[in-house]
Design a protein around this ligand. Structure first.
Ligand SMILES: *Cc1c(COP(=O)(O)O)cnc(C)c1O
Length: 385
């Protein structure tokens, strides 16, 4: 299919193959190497054992889970969500995002994305026969270029696909930045898909503020969450979206024809997780923040210029200071040279000049793994000259 030709290969496949060949430490792909809470496993096991979870759950999600999502949105954000009509559960945030794009984007509609983007967005826009329009995360701190956003949003724009906390940069949009995105969306009457997969992973003074909480935004925003990311069970693939009834109804229509339903036992477990006490979410953040600190400091000691991470699983470095012009070249040689895998931002950009100098490293790994990676990098030396 011509429109999917550009999506044939993935940087993760290329880098994982390289990693296997040389036995590299993989800081490429963003998944934790320790499991989430035991009690969620117990709930999933019980739902298998006693038979509650073993047949098709309702297509839009177990009522128990939709209720838990609504309670979570009220508890953390003060949002009132009707679990009967304003929630849809899917097979990971991924499926929900793709379903939302297919449901809301028509042939030739423009979809505005911040570059670098999360990798599935580009293919999702192509599947929906939309047209990608990029807005860079710009400057040394990789902030969203909101002047550019205002320029590119036109009557051809159907929606803005926003991701904060942002993968791969680790940027958390500030309240002022979100307010500007909201103003532009409202002024131009466009919809927003707000991918909030990392809603519980923000650090220090940053706070996650759902775009849907801003005045005028609930009615035009589909907000996406990921149980895999929030509870460190990325293999379970349960995600959801909340939003106004008409938008969620449209997403439901498409989504039910994709995977039909997502795994029953895991839906019970995620419902339990969403009700965990505040300490769970605080400890989760503290644990990841410590890992961020370890990897960021280690990479800086090796001479890399590190962009401060405010959220997510990832730290970004600028490789120019070491004499490389290009993150792709750096990442292709890194496994052979140092036995470590990282991912170039370039793989997530249409405008290569936006991502070229930057490389993403995942810190959602055990401390021993991060130290091993840093030792390897230290022994190999990183200077290109
Ligand atoms: C991991 C990730 C997703 C996908 O989440 P799943 O629940 O695993 O499908 C979506 N968006 C971003 C930004 C992610 O990093």
């Amino acid at each position: 299919m011509p429109r999917m030709a550009e999506h044939t290969t993935s940087i993760f496949a290329e880098m994982s193959t390289l990693a296997l060949e040389v036995g590299a430490v993989n800081l490429g792909q963003g998944f934790p190497d320790t499991d989430g809470p035991q009690e969620l496993k117990d709930v999933a096991k019980a739902a298998i054992q006693d038979g509650r979870g073993n047949q098709y759950p309702p297509p839009h999600g177990l009522p128990l889970l939709r209720e838990a999502i609504a309670v979570h949105q009220r508890r953390f954000y003060g949002l009132e969500v009707d679990p009967a009509s304003e929630v849809v559960v899917g097979t990971g945030a991924s499926e929900v995002i793709q379903a939302a794009l297919l449901a809301l984007v028509d042939d030739g509609d423009e979809v505005v994305l911040f570059e670098p983007w999360f990798d599935i967005y580009a293919a999702g826009v192509s599947l929906a026969r939309g047209v990608r329009v990029g807005v860079p995360m710009a400057g040394p701190a990789l902030r969203p270029d909101l002047d550019r956003l205002r320029e590119v949003v036109t009557p051809r724009t159907r929606l803005i696909l926003l991701n904060s906390p942002h993968n791969p940069t680790g940027v958390v949009f500030t309240p002022a930045e979100l307010a500007e995105v909201a103003r532009i969306a409202i002024d131009n009457d466009v919809l927003v898909i707000a991918d909030e997969a990392y809603e519980h992973l923000w650090f220090d003074a940053s706070r996650h503020v759902p775009l849907a909480t801003l005045p005028g935004m609930w009615d035009r925003t589909v907000t996406v969450g990921s149980g895999g990311k929030t509870f460190s069970f990325t293999g379970w693939k349960v995600g959801w979206a909340t939003g106004p009834r008409e938008l969620i109804a449209a997403v439901r229509v498409v989504r039910q024809h994709l995977s039909y339903v997502s795994g029953g036992p895991f839906q019970y477990a995620m419902a339990h997780g969403l009700g965990l006490p505040d300490e769970y979410f605080e400890d989760f953040r503290a644990d990841l923040a410590a890992k961020r600190d370890l990897l960021s400091a280690g990479l800086a000691d090796l001479g890399l210029s590190v962009v401060a991470t405010q959220g997510t699983y990832f730290v970004t470095t600028d490789v120019r200071g070491l004499g490389y012009s290009d993150g792709l070249e750096f990442c292709r040689t890194l496994p052979g040279r140092a036995g470590v895998v990282a991912i170039p931002h370039q793989a997530f950009c249409d405008d290569e000049s936006v991502g070229a100098p930057y490389v993403r490293w995942a810190f959602c790994k055990q401390e021993s793994v991060l130290r091993d990676a840093l030792d390897r990098l230290g022994s190999a030396g990183l200077d290109a000259r």
